[in-house]
Ligand binder design. Structure first.
Ligand SMILES: [Zn+2]
Ligand SMILES: [Zn+2]
Length: 140
């Protein structure tokens, strides 16, 4: 297996970060690549994307959150963003970053504003966008 294909699967709820442990909708966390993909990371996620959730009911990986880096387990706002998708975006007609998602995210303690995490070990600054009331992303 080449480096780009490696993934770590976390299925044990007790190993989930505390901030998302109690949402039964979270079935697992996949780190390093997309749970559904055997393709290289950049193909699986797209070049910019570093996280996503499998929220659609028809998706056999429904309930999984995929992260590029294990260090993202220490990013509660990112994790809550993805959990809100799992709770709300079960059907395609529900707007991805629309009102239902937005209201749920705020309800569970997440943020719709831009946020930043700096990981000292990786030396990476993670810049995450905010979402306006039309569902459009923006950076501060
Ligand atoms: Zn995925
Ligand atoms: Zn999103």
């Amino acid at each position: 297996m080449s480096k780009g294909l490696s993934k770590v699967l976390i299925r044990d709820r007790n190993a989930f970060p505390k901030c998302i442990r109690f949402f039964s909708e979270v079935r697992g966390i996949c780190i390093g690549n997309c749970i559904a993909s055997r393709a290289l990371y950049k193909v699986a996620f797209g070049t910019e994307e570093v996280a996503h959730a499998h929220s659609m009911v028809y998706d056999k990986h429904n309930g999984w959150i995929c992260l590029r880096y294990k260090e993202q387990l220490n990013q509660p706002y990112l994790l809550l963003h993805e959990v809100a998708h799992l709770l709300v975006n079960k059907k395609e007609y529900i707007s991805i970053h629309g009102k239902k998602w937005r209201d749920k995210l705020i309800e569970i303690g997440g943020t719709v504003f831009p946020y930043t995490y700096f990981d000292f070990k990786l030396g990476i600054k993670f810049l995450y966008p905010g979402y306006d009331t039309r569902g459009c992303l923006y950076y501060s």
